[in-house]
Design a protein around this ligand. Sequence first.
Ligand code: NAI
Length: 329
Amino acid sequence: MKILFFSVKPYDREFFIRQNKPYGFQLDFFDEPLNHNTAVLAKGYEAICIFVNDSADPETLNLLAQQGVKLIALRCAGYNNVDLTKANELGIKVVRVPAYSPYSVAEHTVALILTINRKTHRAYNRVREGNFALNGLMGFDLKGKTVGLIGLGKIGIATSRILLGFGCRVLGFDVEKSDEVEKLGVEYCELDELYAQSDIISLHCPLTPQTHHIINGNSIEKMKQGVMLINTSRGALVDTQAVIQALKSGQIKYLGIDVYEEEADLFFEDLSDKVIQDDVFMRLLSFNNVLITGHQAFFTEDAMLEISKFTLSNISSYFKGGELENEVN
Ligand code: NAI
């Protein structure tokens, strides 16, 4: 049984080859992303494996179905890049890894909060140049501050545990409530209240038609002056143009993002020799109170082990004809 992997990086090869020993699948690795131009490469493969910025839009899915693809295994938690209605119509099953390590993303979220608050990224450069001045490096205590989390699933819960440990008050908004969250000490509230009261707002909900641009000019207006906004979930939760306006006016005083609306053309590649054409992204980079990482929140050894293990186990369940525990539909 053979599987074609798209958007493969050296670390993917390493972890998947290691975890494949008990299965003995033929793993074929392809560096380029999946899209309507590359879908034909899947000819003869019943199963393919894709990542966050591969595009399984209706046109690509049609082409995949024509090549004989019957299973798309996502090696990630989010599935917004697959048109599920079309996949279902074509009889293509979609599986994902729903919970590999919520700690990896939660800890990166807190790393962004701490870095942008205490400005350790700027301090690092200053000290290396012999500049020990503290001007511009002042932060604030996290203890006693109110943090609003939008989405309290696995990552939201893991993030709230850390923040509660810092002595923060944690507010939460989710379309579904859970006892576990309330027992932790997180206070559920409506979105408007979360916007009005939070010193820091962090996004942990999936990207869906309902959450697309959930952070926009209107919602930003409802936030505290000088709020910190963190997004480690999906880029299109945030209307980037509205955030740029708010950074210019000072309504948003700190921005930390690991994801970006148009990241598919940028992230996971070394573009240091190229001229970056995305003017919106370059504007974001020009603010000294904005910290951007390139979709690395998941990237820990522990998470990569789990991702490769569960992806191969999902594929194995499909080939065995068993129940697909992690099917998305
Ligand atoms: P999860 O499924 O455990 O939790 C998502 C939560 O969001 C659920 O409680 C759900 O009820 C809630 N939700 C759904 N619609 C909502 C809405 N309209 N408003 C508020 N809440 C809503 O997912 P998990 O594992 O916590 O992951 C969350 C997101 O994090 C993923 O969808 C993915 O986009 C992102 N992610 C980012 C990674 C990175 O490397 N930057 C890695 C892994 C996930």
